[in-house]
Write a protein that binds this ligand. Structure first.
Ligand SMILES: [Zn+2]
Ligand SMILES: [Zn+2]
Length: 214
């Protein structure tokens, strides 16, 4: 895949091309080069952990073939355009982020651009890696096998009775819970939330105060 083909694929996910997609695509391409992996991949050998959602992720996805639905892309939302790429065969990992001065440098590589947005759009395509990006080898603080888990691993939360995949259950004492019931969850059920046919939703998905378990 040429870089232009990657950008076309990214723009198709995004309905336009923007500087952050170019940045994401460059990050993904560099990851493949450093890890010596052919990209984009059809298989699950490369695991990508992105540090925000948004435009750059479409570029990273187009370049690497990693997708959330394929379980090869995860979001650790630090609000950063940065990503870590893990060769799950060797566990070699590299974290790549934009160079702190990439925005300013872009203008030098796109003298014809009439505004900063176009300077970044073009400059990010032309800048050498070391002017655009910074990267370093890292090790994950969780094992790849615990992140990826095994197909078919399922548990049932003892409180809300919802099914939990990929070993994401937690134990409070001997009670097996989903992370929402173990809390804190990202949502709280409303007491009077009703279904369209008038049935009440179960209250059981309300967050459980762990203190009440013992
Ligand atoms: Zn965009
Ligand atoms: Zn639960």
């Amino acid at each position: 895949m040429t870089f232009d083909q990657i950008l076309t694929a990214s723009a198709a996910l995004h309905d336009h091309l923007c500087p952050r997609q170019v940045l994401g695509a460059r990050i993904g391409v560099l990851a493949g080069r450093i890890l010596a992996l052919d990209l984009p991949r059809e298989d699950k050998r490369l695991l990508t952990i992105v540090e925000s959602d948004g435009c750059a992720v479409d570029g990273i996805s187009a370049a690497t073939g990693c997708r959330i639905g394929k379980r090869t892309l995860r979001v650790e939302d630090y609000g950063k355009v940065a990503a870590t790429f893990v060769d799950t065969l060797t566990e070699r990992s590299i974290r790549i982020a934009p160079h702190p001065r990439a925005r300013e440098t872009a203008a030098i590589y796109a003298p014809e651009a009439t505004d900063r947005w176009h300077a970044q759009l073009l400059g990010y395509q032309r800048m050498p890696d070391e002017k655009l990006l910074v990267w370093r080898a890292v090790v994950l603080t969780a094992t790849v096998s615990s992140i990826v888990s095994q197909p078919g691993r399922r548990a049932i939360c003892q409180r809300c009775e919802e099914e939990i995949s990929n070993e994401r259950e937690v134990y409070l004492g001997s009670t097996l819970l989903c992370r929402a019931c173990a809390g804190p969850a990202y949502y709280r059920s409303l007491p009077d939330s009703g279904l369209p046919d008038g049935k009440r939703l179960s209250q059981s998905s309300d967050n459980l105060d762990p203190a009440h378990l013992h």
